[in-house]
Every structure is written in C-alpha cells, then in structure tokens.
Write a protein that binds this ligand. Structure first.
Ligand code: AKG
Length: 377
C-alpha cells in the first residue's frame, strides 16, 4: 500500500511503500505525464514542450485510488492520473554518488569462467522461435557476446544473423568483408597473422557497435578465436590502480586507418569511456590502429603509458579470455564497444575463410525490448 505526502509548497511529492520513501519533483511529474494531451496515444511521443509548463507549477492535491495516483497541478488547475507501477519503475531518488566505472543493468562482467556457460544458441532455433531469439539477445545484452551454431555454410549467410535483430552498417570495407589471406591485404585481418585482442574500427566515429564474424571454411591449422570482456578489464585496472584507470578515462587516445586509397579515418576518444556520471560505456583498444597519442599532458604521459601497458597485460591474461574454434556454419557476435576479439595465427595446408560485417546495438536492444514486452521473462 502506498502513502503520499506533499511538501515544499507543492514542489515535492513523496510516495512511501513498505517503509521506503521515494521523492519526485512537481516539474518532473508534470513533464512525464502520460495523458493523451501530453503524449500522443498513437506513438507515445511528447506533444508539449517545457515552455508549455508554467515556471510557477505546483501540485495542489494528490489522491491514491488503487493502482493510480491523481495529481492536480496549478496554475493549470488540471488533474492528471499516474500509474504507480510506472512511477516506481522510473524513480530517480537514489544516492547520487557511484564509483566511476559502474555498469548498468543488465551488464554482467566476466572472465574465462564464462566458458562454462558460453552464450550460445542454435541458428535454426533463433530464426524460428521468438523465445530462443529473446534468450540469445538477452545474453548478448548481458555479456556483450553470443555464439551461433548450426547455420548455413553459404556465401553471405552472416546477413541472416543481422536480420535477426537489426541492420547492417556499411563501411569502406563494404556491406560485408572477406576475412581470409589476401595477396595485398588492406588490413592485417586479411592475413594469417595472429591478432591481439582488439575492438574493431576504433578510428571510426561512431564505431560500429556490433561485429559479426561468420565461418565458412576452417580446415587450416590454428585460427582459433578469443573474446575478452573489456568492461571486466577496466574494472580490474580500476581495482588495481585508480590513477591508471583515471588517466585512461580522462584523456583521449587517437586512432587512425589509412590502409586503402581514398580512406583516411581518424578518431580521438578515450580507451576507457565513461558517461558524465561515471558509468562505464565503452572500451576502445586496438594496437594495429593506435595513432600517436597527443592529448595527454606532458606530466601525465609516463603514467598514461604505464596504464596503457597494464591494460594490455590484463587483456592478454589467459584468465580473462574465452577461446573457441569456429566450424563452418558457426558465427559469433560481439558488442564492439565492450568485448574485444582476437585470433590465433593460422597457416599450412587447408583454408580459413570467414566473412565479417558490422551492425549496431541499438537495433539489438530495440528487438530485445519488443520481444520482452510481448513475452515478459
Ligand atoms: C577482424 O576482422 O576484426 C578480425 O579480428 C578477424 C578475426 C578472425 O579472423 O577470426
């Protein structure tokens, strides 16, 4: 049962339930009204602007009936109903300070022990069963990584992976790219060299937030893949040395790619990216495309390099990695703002042929949210 209380001359409404009190400001409540004059019933978009709400706004009356709260606003002299469960879900009255590097729901950081419960699904199942697709997408939202098995061994089958949740992001590498040994490679990915764990295309702004890699042939020796949770790396660095975490999150690195004609891509972004409130929102790490770092003050450059070195060591620590070998028809997908991927060198007889493409997490989150709305867990 809820109780309510108005204070501050109608500027603040408090709701109390089970001994817990949550405060809301009058302006926030009026701005977030869900009635048909404030929000379009057809598409949920807001019909009014802040300028339409009086600066002298106050709540003059409040009443709870069942699951609804009715508030009367002055000087409009209008009563608007609120769903109490909606208010509970959108409450913002919590302690302000959180330790920089915190992660938001549903993110769960991981190390090599994720191997015991690798987020994997069957290609046919996620294509035909919305519950299986929902489970797989929820795993990707949680772990930033997901694997698919049992897919077709077919040119461009990776497009069917993207079709499950969103749209391809076309780049200078095309709608998709061939990951196999080439004679004049425009990227070291198109050789048999091993690749240190990295996030892709850090020189792009915005970066593609999803990368899909799909195996079509894997008869060559070597070429195993690894993934590392960049968020766990950042947490470990922070817990080992707060100054190192700070220096990598407060200063920009630079990245560049100029490996093919007519393409010069450059970006300036931190290796560990935080939101203004300290939420960990991105990791960029790619030795191949790191450019000269010129944005760190002279007095902090030595610390920056110590932190950068340690970040690389943590990334390379086997305790952080999950490794696997993809067989033809298998693929994996990473949240490219979070999870790094790597490849062991390959050579000798046989062929290794992968196809890769980019897509974005917003489409994946959108598909997941609408599946969850239809079928709550
Ligand atoms: C990339 O294309 O970004 C790669 O890292 C290639 C990975 C692979 O060949 O498995």
């Amino acid at each position: 049962m809820y109780e309510h209380h108005l204070s501050d001359n109608g500027q603040v409404l408090s709701l109390r339930k089970d001994g817990h009190e949550t405060r809301f400001h009058a302006i926030w409540l009026r701005d977030n009204a869900q009635d048909a004059q404030t929000r379009s019933p057809a598409n949920g978009q807001r019909l009014i602007a802040l300028r339409d709400i009086s600066e002298d706004l106050a709540i003059s009356a409040a009443e709870i009936t069942g699951t609804r709260l009715s508030l009367t606003f002055q000087p409009e002299d209008r009563s608007i109903d609120y769903d109490l469960a909606w208010l509970e879900r959108h409450a913002y009255d919590r302690p302000a300070e959180r330790r920089p590097g915190w992660t938001a729901d549903p993110v769960e950081t991981w190390d090599s022990r994720l191997m015991e419960r690798l987020p994997t699904a069957d290609f046919g199942a996620v294509q035909s069963d919305p519950a299986a697709l929902q489970g797989w997408l929820a795993d990707i939202a949680r772990y930033g990584f997901g694997k698919l098995t049992g897919g077709p061994v077919q040119d461009q089958a990776l497009m069917q992976v993207v079709d499950l949740f969103g749209h391809v992001r076309e780049t200078n590498y095309g709608r998709h790219f061939e990951v196999r040994t080439e004679v004049n490679p425009t990227n070291l990915a198109y050789t048999g060299l091993g690749l240190q764990a990295h996030t892709d295309n850090p020189y792009r702004d915005p970066v593609p937030t999803i990368q899909v890699l799909y195996c079509l042939e894997s008869s060559a020796a070597g070429g195993e893949n690894m993934v590392v949770d960049g968020f766990r790396v950042a947490e470990r660095l922070r817990d080992e040395n707060q100054d190192w975490f700070n220096v990598l999150s407060r200063h920009c690195a630079r990245f560049e790619y100029a490996g093919s004609d007519g393409v010069i891509l450059r970006s300036r972004r931190p290796m560990i990216e935080l939101a203004p409130d300290g939420e960990l929102i991105g990791v960029r790490f790619n030795n191949r495309s790191a450019a000269a770092i010129t944005d760190v003050p002279f007095d902090e450059m030595a610390t920056y390099y110590a932190a950068y070195r340690r970040m690389g060591e943590i990334i390379d620590d086997p305790a952080m990695e999950v490794s696997f070998r993809l067989e033809p028809g298998e693929s994996f997908l990473v949240d490219n703002t979070r999870v790094l991927h790597a490849r062991k060198a390959y050579s000798g007889t046989g062929t290794r042929w992968f196809q890769g493409c980019y897509a974005d997490m917003d489409g994946l989150h959108s598909t997941l949210a609408s599946l969850q709305e239809r079928r709550p867990e």
